[in-house]
Design a protein around this ligand. Structure first.
Ligand code: SAH
Length: 349
């Protein structure tokens, strides 16, 4: 019966090797199966053509491969692709492929829903149902890479954890997925091309530093003033800017890697001179760069994108203080694939 079978991709290579030894086969068989599961991304045991029929039947009896299924793929005029991804237990998450002139980026989800309550984010409207497993994150990357090659003639070049969920609240599985994505036995991608984006969980930022991770860190800041930040990201009342700052200094001291701050600018929320001054001040803490993102409306107008003059004012102030800033235009809006819009419609209805 299916429910008694173990998820084979929860096993390490060593455990797979041990399994084959205990059934009287060679440990090496474990390596072969491991290769099928990860670098070849097999969906079922029958595909494992260098494994005997008997062994494949035995694997079938004992294990399952909980592969994701791309349920619905939408392509935008600008080349953006959005996948609605069905998980083995029926939940759906979304991932996005964003092609630009110089790179092809996969934006992947790390949780079903989200436990944080950012007022401007579509995913926040969904309750957090569960964490994704490492293989479910890995599969999203594999699916997007295939689509990128197929439709855009380009392999995937970058990955951002900016889909649904808060990656640092699914710390272990996110790190395991990155281990597999970067391993030569997985996809062999450079960690320099991977960015984990967090709303700012100080304790976990410090843990990343202690674990000496090699990927990039982005923090969704949106305001450098506690009262303002708490009003739009209520968890800031618990993880204050002071704690966030301390964790960022710790991160920089340990990793020597600059941090990216994601920043949205809204009318009547963070469009005052004091908001600009506070951000400039915040940016002096450690080497960093600022990404100003365009707001993608998710509801009936509680939040409104500030005018381009305000964006220019932010940009000038940062640049006058030698802080690198980029202003990013939104992509894939026509298919609700833009930043912060991922929520999967069926779950909302
Ligand atoms: N929880 C993580 C990753 C998911 S959100 C984080 O907070 O970083 C990915 C990015 O999209 C974040 O920078 C987030 O602030 C931003 N975002 C959320 N809602 C948005 C919206 N409606 N328009 C534009 N960006 C949004």
């Amino acid at each position: 019966m299916k429910k008694d079978k173990k998820d084979i991709r929860a096993l390490s290579k060593e455990q797979l090797r041990d399994f084959f030894v205990t059934i009287g086969d060679k440990a090496f068989r474990g390596n072969q199966v491991y290769e099928w599961l990860w670098s070849k991304s097999a969906h079922n045991f029958e595909d494992m053509t260098n494994i005997s029929k008997e062994t494949r039947a035995l694997l079938e009896e004992n294990f399952v491969i909980n592969h994701i299924k791309v349920d619905n793929m939408q392509r935008s005029n600008d080349g953006t692709i959005k996948n609605a991804v069905k998980l083995h237990d029926g939940f759906t998450v979304e991932s996005v492929l964003i092609p630009t002139f110089s790179r092809t980026t996969a934006c992947v989800s790390s949780q079903v829903g989200c436990s944080l309550d950012c007022k401007f984010c579509a995913t926040a409207k969904l309750k957090r149902m569960r964490n994704l497993n490492p293989d479910e994150i890995y599969d999203q990357v594999v699916a997007i890479d295939r689509e990128s090659r197929l439709y855009n003639n380009m392999p995937l070049s970058n990955i951002v954890f900016m889909g649904m969920g808060e990656p640092l609240m699914n710390y272990k599985n996110v790190l395991k997925s990155i281990e597999k994505i970067t391993s030569p036995e997985g996809l062999g991608m450079s960690p320099k091309r991977i960015t984990v984006s967090t709303s700012g969980v100080p304790k976990m930022i410090k843990k990343l530093a202690d674990d000496e991770v090699k990927f990039n860190l982005a923090v969704s800041l949106h305001s450098a003033i506690d009262e303002v930040r708490t009003s739009i990201m209520p968890f800031n009342a618990t993880f204050s800017l002071e704690d966030l700052k301390e964790s960022l200094v710790y991160w920089y001291e340990k990793t020597k890697k600059r941090v990216t701050y994601e920043y949205l600018i809204w009318k009547d929320i963070n469009d005052r001179q004091e908001d600009i001054d506070a951000l400039v001040d915040f940016c002096k803490l450690i080497p960093c760069k600022v990404n100003i993102i365009e707001y993608n409306p998710i509801d009936d107008g509680e939040f409104q994108q500030a005018s381009s003059e305000i964006t220019d004012r932010y940009k000038d102030a940062l640049e006058n203080n030698q802080i690198t800033v980029t202003v990013r235009r939104s992509r894939g809006k026509d298919i609700d694939a833009a930043c912060g819009q991922l929520a999967n419609k069926s779950a909302q209805d």
